[in-house]
Design a protein. Structure first.
Length: 247
């Protein structure tokens, strides 16, 4: 089914923001039935590069296609994704089965932690972009865990009003964190505080839009003293709970 043209983002809409999407590139795409971003995304870049050979400005077109090819991560089919998951994606264990209170484990972990103070979403995004080249060039002990404590406190202030700018920033921050996790095989942990909902129930502060971003959602509750309780987890049966202690 072909969607009506008005429902798609036309390539021309990118012209001001991306200079490489000039009139020459748009004409080449239009000659092959490509008028929107969606049309372009489903194309094989290698096929387009071959077609560009027949064009009068083939060198410029091939340069543009090469730039675009370098900007996105390689396409993977299901088997390649499964192989990547089996070889590169692993559960990051704390070393403790039921308690995070093992003093030796905590001391070892604390020595390897690097902290940064972040008070708004823009500083967080800048920090994540600065982190990427360090992850690429790192040697020896590799970064295995990235924690963003109370990400909701950074995002909630920009979600007010009727505009979509704040929501777009939230989605972008989540996508960037997932991209870092995938490309550098590290675990990313973010915390999202709870707020009061209807009927006295509690719900995550970032709402429904954030729900689809984490791969695994975990709900914790503070019990008596220093005890914590895992209330919800995708691998835990409904109605069950697991208690652990933080000294």
């Amino acid at each position: 089914m072909h969607l009506p043209q008005r429902e798609m983002a036309p390539l021309k809409s990118l012209e001001r923001e991306y200079l490489i999407v000039d009139s020459n590139f748009q004409q080449f795409c239009a000659s092959h039935g490509i008028f929107s971003v969606e049309d372009f995304l489903i194309q094989d870049l290698y096929v387009l590069a071959a077609l560009a050979e027949q064009h009068s400005t083939s060198e410029r077109l091939k340069e543009v296609l090469s730039i675009i090819d370098c900007q996105h991560q390689p396409w993977l089919n299901g088997l390649e994704l499964l192989e990547d998951a089996e070889q590169n994606k692993h559960i990051l264990s704390s070393g403790c089965e039921r308690s995070l209170g093992n003093q030796k484990v905590l001391q070892r972990v604390l020595k390897s932690i690097e902290c940064h103070s972040v008070f708004d979403i823009f500083t967080l995004l800048d920090l994540l972009h600065q982190l990427k080249p360090n992850l690429i060039s790192q040697t020896g002990d590799r970064v295995q865990l990235l924690i963003v404590d109370s990400i909701s406190s950074l995002i909630t202030p920009i979600l007010g009003g009727g505009g979509s700018h704040g929501r777009a920033l939230m989605i972008y921050a989540g996508s960037l964190l997932k991209k870092l996790a995938h490309e550098h095989n590290l675990a990313v942990l973010v915390t999202n505080h709870m707020v009061s909902g209807e009927g006295g129930t509690h719900k995550p502060a970032l709402g429904e839009s954030w729900k689809s971003i984490p791969h695994v959602r975990l709900e914790l509750s503070r019990e008596h003293g220093s005890n914590m309780c895992v209330v919800r987890h995708p691998c835990m049966a409904s109605g069950k709970a697991v208690t652990f202690m933080i000294p």
